[in-house]
Structures are given as C-alpha cells and as structure tokens.
Design a protein around this ligand. Sequence first.
Ligand code: PEP
Length: 247
Amino acid sequence: MLIVANWKAYVETMEKAKRLLSVAKRLSMAGHHEIVIAPSAPHLGYLAGGNRTSVEFAAQDVSQTLGGAATGEVTAGLLADLGVSYVIVGHSERRAAGETDAIVLEKTRHALAHGLIPILCIGERERDAEAAYITHLRTQLSSVLSVLSQKERMRMVIAYEPIWAIGKSAAESITSADLTEMVLYIRKILGEFLPGKGNLKVRILYGGSVESANARTLAASSGIDGFLIGHASVDAASFGAIAKAVS
Ligand code: PEP
C-alpha cells in the first residue's frame, strides 16, 4: 500500500513534525508499506533536506510558475532539488481556493517535467441522484490525462477524494461497496487513456476520513492501492493503527 500523510496545516510546531516523522520512519522500516509524508512547506524544507531514510516526501502543492519574480511561490524545481518525490495536485482545498482544471494541469506538467510524481486529487462535492458526479470525475481526470504522453500518464497517482467525506469520521466516510464501484469506474477511464496493462501502473488511492476503524474494510476488496490520509495522519497512534490495520 502507498500511504500518504497529508499534514495540511495541522502540525504547528517543528517538535511535533519531528515526532510524527519518527513514527513514520518506524512504520516504513517495518517494510509493509510505502510511506509518504506531506508536511507544510516550511517543515518540508527542514525535514526532506538530506533525507536518507525510506520515508518519502510529498509537497502539498506546487507553483504554477517555474521561477523568477513570483513572491511566495514554491516551484517544482525547488522541490526536486530538495529530494521531494511526490506532489499533491488539485486537492479539493486548493480547488476551493480557485484552482481550475487548467491550473491543475499546468502544475501536473511542471511536476512531471521535474521528475516529481503527481498525486492528482479528484472527487465530487456531492452524490446527486442524476449521477452528475460521474461526469464530474471524468472531466477532472480527462482534463489532465488527455494532454499527457503515455509515459507521463503511467507516472501518475490518482487520489479519489469525495469532498463530502473529507474531514469527518470513519462512520461518515464512503462505504466499501461504493468505493469498489468508484475504483472500477476510475480504472475504466484510465484504461481509455492507457489501454492494455499500462493503466495498472497508475495507483489509485482513496482519501476521505480514513481512520483505524474503517481502513481495513476500505482496503480489503475495493481495488485501491493505498490511502491519502488527512486528520488521522497527524495523530501518531491513529496513523500507526491505520498502517497496521492494512498490513
Ligand atoms: C484530505 O483532505 O486529503 C483528507 C483525506 O482528509 P481527511 O482524512 O481528514 O478526511
């Protein structure tokens, strides 16, 4: 399983960041999963620099610009130079701040051009009776995949994160049956862009209130390749319990 910890802006001190990282290192040394930590930009700079452990790092976002006069931006080049492996693009919290599919595409392309692996977040705001959410997911995926080369498509990680399930509790998260259906649908779209076995190289993660109480059930038969975890990833005990639950 690929387990990505999205610390968002939850971790406010370096002391806590270091503590959480040492838990992640222990889990990663246990060897069951690929553990990726996505700290805030300042903590990423501190923790990822000179990283020699099996824990990998992700940026929570990347700039649309490539450099130059762009105050406050963190470019793909800077992240690559730091040794960061992954970049989350199109997270719903960034989309809510105005990020369009076109911007997500640009960020994805910058990440790929610098050797970073994009974790492309897609997900519907609500499950409407007319199933418009299905079309919404197709649009979010196609707007990026249609522009990439076959080789670039195979480097993508897709994180299915229904917005209605984010930041709640395990009891309010997606059901295993619904997740299985959504993973099948996402795989079908991936198959259109990567026919044959190529699409199997693309990992599909689930994110949205994954906690120790639902991790095992969600992972069991849904076809997902891992999780993107928000609030439960900044609680050392919960994060450890999730990793153990899906071992
Ligand atoms: C997220 O926002 O990426 C996420 C998965 O959050 P949470 O686990 O808190 O629902």
